[in-house]
Design a protein around this ligand. Structure first.
Ligand code: WQD
Length: 342
């Protein structure tokens, strides 16, 4: 197989990684998936194999262990890497900053070191809209100044972007794209893969689906006294399948050598702000159910509103989020029901 069509996916068993794996296979890429399974499950690959009908090349690797990671670079020819492997719980990062800095930055530095050592040119980095902090001017564009991170997790994204930027500048044969995800939600329409949060979900949609499944008693809406149309926070909820397709579009751009700079950044969202209460009401309507929820106090660290200007990704990547909120929330509920055999 032509190494240009081969890609290494680190953290490929995770929520966004597994959905990206499906879309890469659908697009004709051959993928080597690595994951240390610290926050993911091999069953996600079984779901990917059912969806695609392909056997997945998987190696259990901790990207923080450069010796074992080097063996993957020695064993497989691939031109590109999509780096997902990272811890991602905002609250946990505040309690365990050293775990987050060493894991999230150490793993990425190892990937970049080996790409340089083995002369592998293309890397896509899983970044986050969290780098914008509490932006004043909305929607945010890629030129909107990043704000000091509100958590060590967010800071690892900011620092990793700068590491990638500096490496692309310094090393002739290294090209990087950072994709800043807004709020990834939903699941593959097949219901065979989806989000698998460990313990009590921090994020809104998995908490909603677990409440609908009776696993959680009642959803707390963290505040309805924000300066927004209905008082609840506004977010840019991006369907995980659309997000996965954005990675394929970015990789295609790199393979075609269409990049306009050695390091590029793209916002990956819908460009449409949706409130927490709107999302809840849509979930109830499309799934024909009543969700138990109550309004509680604000969650510390939450920002009132954040959504993307996605025109750069639309134009340069030829990518647009195609799924609407109803489809996304139906898929999220279908996944939860399959997971719980409801
Ligand atoms: C969304 C809205 C909550 C749970 C975080 C990270 C970001 C990215 C996505 C990793 C907020 C409200 C939530 C609940 C609620 N993660 N909410 N009740 O905080 O926008 O972003 O996840 O890359 O980096 O910062 O997402 O889903 O936690 O919250 O009312 O039980 O839902 O207050 O307004 P967030 P979220």
């Amino acid at each position: 197989m032509d190494p240009r069509k081969r890609v290494l996916l680190s953290g490929g068993c995770g929520y966004i990684g597994s959905h990206t794996l499906v879309e890469l296979i659908n697009a004709g890429y051959e993928v080597i998936t690595i994951d240390n399974l610290s926050n993911s499950d091999l069953n996600s690959l079984k779901g990917v194999e059912k969806i695609t009908g392909k056997n997945i090349i998987f190696e259990k690797i901790d990207t923080c262990d450069i010796t074992s990671l080097r063996k993957i670079f020695e064993k497989y020819e691939f031109d590109s890497v999509i780096h997902f492997a990272a811890f991602k719980a905002v609250g946990e990062s505040v309690e365990k900053p050293l775990d987050y800095y060493s894991n999230n930055l150490g793993s990425f530095i190892n990937i970049l070191k080996l790409m340089k050592e083995f002369n592998r040119p293309n890397v896509i980095f899983s970044s986050s809209a969290t780098v914008y902090g509490n932006a004043n001017d909305l929607p945010v564009t890629e030129a909107t100044p990043r704000q000091p991170a509100e958590s060590p997790y967010g800071n690892t994204k900011t620092i990793a972007e700068d590491i990638l930027r500096d490496c692309c500048k310094a090393y002739k044969n290294l090209f990087g794209i950072a994709l800043r995800y807004f709020n990834p939600i939903g699941a593959h329409p097949s219901g065979l893969i989806g989000e698998l949060p460990k313990g009590v979900p921090n994020n809104l949609v998995p908490y909603i689906t677990q409440t609908a499944a009776g696993i959680r008693e009642c959803l707390s809406v963290f505040g309805n006294d924000y300066d927004t149309p209905d008082g609840s926070c506004l977010r840019d909820f991006i369907d995980v399948v659309d997000l996965a397709k954005a990675h394929v579009a970015a990789l295609d751009r790199m393979i075609r050598k269409d990049m306009k700079a050695k390091y590029e950044i793209f916002n990956i969202g819908t460009g449409r702000p949706v409130s927490v209460l709107e999302l809840i009401k849509t979930f109830e309507k499309v799934n024909d159910l009543k969700l138990p929820y109550k309004i509680t106090g604000r969650r510390p660290g939450d920002i009132p509103a954040l959504w993307a200007d996605v025109s750069l990704a639309n134009i340069e990547l030829g990518w647009t989020a195609g799924r609407n909120l109803s489809e996304t929330l139906q898929a999220a509920w279908k996944w939860e029901k399959n997971l719980r055999n409801i």
